[in-house]
Write a protein that binds this ligand. Sequence first.
Ligand code: AMP
Length: 191
Amino acid sequence: MLNIILGGAPGSGKGTLSDIIVKNYGLQHLSTGDVLRAEIASGSKLGQEINDIISLGNLIPDAQMIQLLKNYIASLPADCKGVIFDGFPRTVDQAHALTQMLDEHHMEAYMLDLWAEEDVIIERLLNRGKISGRADDNLETIKKRLRIYNETTRPISDYYLRKHKYFLINSNINPECTWSQMEVILKQLAQ
Ligand code: AMP
């Protein structure tokens, strides 16, 4: 099984690159942001609570996200070739929980960490906001999400680096350039 954690700040290209990986490797794609947005779209009470948190640029509590992950892993088909984790983990506690869950299933995961300059990221997210209409793609919320990323999510890179399961990828230019770096790594990992 090829399990990939796509790391990187909001706007670093995780969604775009996930689509390309799915097309080329047939992996399952877990975007926790998409799952949460689907809950919001359902109009449920839980969705409203999630919306209040997301639209302020804050993170959903770990316990809720870890339960979401548990349900997802339990629902994977028997012939699953692997998973792209896009947007999970976002805290070191989530990373520990993921490792534990993968260990229980005799699986492992490698982090491919997308890096792009802050100015580039902000421009991408503002442009995306014009099309997606996402409540969290406005300048004030973007800046908050980037601050939370730097303080809370970035330490995950060290967690995987220390496990020797870490690759840093330059995602500053365009998806084609990012994919060409990624493809070399995925070919090695898939062997
Ligand atoms: P994304 O689509 O990955 O940018 O996620 C959008 C928002 O969903 C984030 O800004 C968080 O509020 C929330 N979210 C997504 N994944 C997680 C996670 N693993 N832990 C906490 N909050 C999350």
